[in-house]
Every structure is written in structure tokens, then in C-alpha cells.
Unconditional design. Structure first.
Length: 359
């Protein structure tokens, strides 16, 4: 085809009504946290913009990002893959293989130079000239550089591509590195998590295709719309944290009552992700709701920060239940000390004033 179809054209060809299309745009705006006023803007973009070619590369990884992506419900991944983007190359999902698949990669790069999105799952190993990961007969690091050179934008899927993850954990015999250590001349959108939430992945792509630009990123390169708050901030167990009610050990009374999991290793207070709001499996649950603390998988170097069940830092909390008496005593002691100090100063001033009068 000389021209790639628009998203709307593909949907209409598939029998989707105009009414359903507009409903989809409203749901997409809500999923991105943009509000209903952005729905017409999304609809206009879908009607006029060509679908964007996407190349999806796989380095050292376990394919969990792809497994997460294909389970997205809002928007449905079939709408993203089959309608919104032209997924020209993905050696996990595409039907072709071998030389045929590699030819598709080269053809897309040549035909859509400067227009395609490069999505990277996994990371490149640098030891032994990259020979620990061979793709298409060449070290993956070479394939990554080749595909990134003319990409319009680069997305690092998951903690492997974003931070290095388990492959880069000590002692890192393959010298695996995140992709920003190799691609240094282009901005990279990092979507960390092991794996990332499905709706976060499709949400990032939807935003880029709708507005023709990258979402606003934080200082680490993560989309603020999904990574601007700690899991702790919106966790339904947060009131128990504030009340000083903790699970002390697994299956104790606190665990059965749904108390906070911080003392048994939950990394929610130091982890930025949308797990406690977007959740998993179409919004059904997330690890903390299932009774297991957050392991901080979306944070840099989480594999090297000790046991998943050790408390890493001393996060202060008020502790209504456990510390009220102590806080009350401390406050009373502070007030008493202040009164005593004030009395002492007053006595000194009176003595000085009396001495001045006598002299």
C-alpha cells in the first residue's frame, strides 16, 4: 500500500459504527486521565492520522512485557495492534520468521525513515562483543543501534529495557545494560515494571498516536500520567499504615485483618507506579490486594536491594493506635520543658530587675 490507513478507516472496515467509535474515544480519554473534553480531539486524530509503523525488538528478557501487553483491556490490545498501529515487526507475535522476518525489519526502516516507533523489550549484553544475545544472526546490541538510528521515538518496555533488571543484577556476567546506556542521542520513554501494567503500555502508545508527541516525562524518563505517585499514596491499606497497624509476620492476626504489609517488606512507600489505581487483570486486583507486599519491580536496581521481605528504610508514621500514648507523653514532656524554661528565664529577669532597683 502506498499509504497506511487511518485508525478510523480500519475500524469502519471492520464494521465498527460511528457511535461505537466515539464511545471508544471517550473511554480512551478516561483511561489516560484526560477527561471527557479531550474525546473530540482524540476522535479527530484517529480520523485524520495514518497508523504509525512500530518495530518491536526483543533482547535479553522473558517476554513478560509482551504477555502483559496482549492482555490489555482498556483499550483492547486488538484495537491497538490491529487498528491504531501498524505492528510491522515483532518476532514474538509475527507470523513470518528467519530471513523473511528480518527483511520486513529492513524494509520498514527504509520506507518509514524517521516516522516509526521503536519499542524495545529486554536489554543488550555488552560482554564478549554482545555475543550473549544473538538476533537475526547478529548481536542484539547491533540490531538495537541500527533500528534506533532513524526512529521517531523509542519506548523501553519493562524494567529490563528501562533499568537492566535481573540480567544486570550483580555480578552481571553478561554486562547487560539498559538501552539508554547504548542509545544516548535520542529521548527514551521508560515504562518500567516486571512487567508493566497492560493498560499503562497501551495508554502510552495511545497518547503518542493521538497527540503526535511523547507524554510528559519525569526526571527519570517515565510518563508522569502513570508514574507520578507512589503505590503507597493510593493503597487501600494506607489507613492501617497511618494507624500503626502492621502485619508483623505472615498469617498473623494483622494479616488476616488486612493490615499494612510494610514491616514484611512492602516497597509501596518507595515505588512509583499505577498498580494501586489501574490495577491488573482488567482492574481486578494487584499484589498488595492479593496479600503480598510490593517488591518495587518498577524501580531502578530492585534486584540488588536485598530480600523482597526485608524492610529497606525506616519510614516514619504517626501510628494512632500504637504511638498515641508515646506521642502524648512526648508532647506533654515538651510542653513541661518549655514551661520550666520560661519560668527559669522569668526568674532570672526578675532577679536582674530587682538588682537594678537596689543599686
Amino acid at each position: 500500500m502506498s499509504q497506511i490507513e487511518t485508525f478510523y478507516e480500519v475500524m469502519r472496515r471492520q464494521g465498527i459504527t460511528r457511535r461505537s467509535f466515539l464511545k471508544y474515544c471517550s473511554l480512551t480519554a478516561a483511561a489516560l486521565g484526560l477527561g471527557p473534553t479531550f474525546a473530540p480531539q482524540i476522535a479527530h486524530a484517529m480520523e485524520t492520522k495514518e497508523r504509525t509503523p512500530v518495530l518491536w525488538l526483543h533482547g535479553l528478557e522473558c517476554t513478560c512485557c509482551s504477555e502483559s501487553f496482549i492482555r490489555s483491556a482498556h483499550p483492547l490490545v486488538k484495537d491497538v495492534v490491529l487498528s491504531m498501529i501498524s505492528l510491522d515487526y515483532d518476532d514474538t507475535l509475527m507470523a513470518s520468521a528467519g530471513h523473511q522476518a528480518e527483511e520486513v525489519l529492513h524494509e520498514t526502516i527504509k520506507k518509514y525513515k524517521g516516522k516509526y516507533i521503536l519499542a524495545v523489550e529486554g536489554n543488550p549484553p555488552l560482554n564478549e562483543d554482545g555475543m550473549f544475545c544473538i538476533s537475526g544472526g547478529k548481536p542484539f546490541v547491533e540490531k538495537l543501534k541500527y533500528a534506533a538510528k532513524d526512529a521517531a521515538a523509542i519506548i523501553a518496555w519493562g524494567s529490563c529495557a528501562s533499568w537492566g533488571c535481573v540480567q544486570a543484577a550483580r555480578p552481571n556476567p553478561t554486562q547487560a545494560v539498559p538501552i539508554h546506556k547504548v542509545i544516548t542521542d535520542k529521548p527514551i520513554i521508560k515504562v518500567p515494571g516486571c512487567p508493566p501494567i497492560a493498560e499503562v503500555m497501551t495508554g502510552v502508545i495511545t497518547y503518542m498516536l493521538t497527540f503526535g508527541k511523547m507524554p510528559e516525562l519525569d526526571r527519570q524518563g517515565r510518563p508522569k500520567m502513570f508514574y507520578s505517585q507512589r503505590i503507597h499514596d493510593k493503597c487501600y491499606r494506607r489507613p492501617h499504615f497511618d494507624a500503626g497497624q502492621f502485619v508483623e509476620q505472615w498469617d498473623d492476626e494483622g494479616a488476616r485483618k488486612g493490615y499494612c504489609l510494610y514491616k514484611v517488606g512492602c516497597k509501596g512507600p518507595t515505588t512509583y507506579n499505577a498498580c494501586s489505581t489501574v490495577r491488573w487483570n482488567e482492574g481486578v486486583s494487584f499484589p498488595i490486594q492479593a496479600g503480598h507486599g510490593c517488591i518495587g519491580c518498577s524501580e531502578d536496581g530492585f534486584w540488588d536491594k536485598g530480600s523482597f521481605y526485608d524492610r529497606l528504610s525506616n519510614i516514619p508514621q504517626f501510628g494512632i493506635e500504637k504511638n498515641a500514648d508515646e506521642i502524648g507523653t512526648a508532647v506533654a514532656g515538651g510542653v513541661g520543658a518549655a514551661i520550666a524554661a520560661h519560668a527559669a528565664v522569668s526568674a532570672i529577669k526578675r532577679a536582674q530587675h530587682k538588682g537594678d532597683q537596689e543599686s
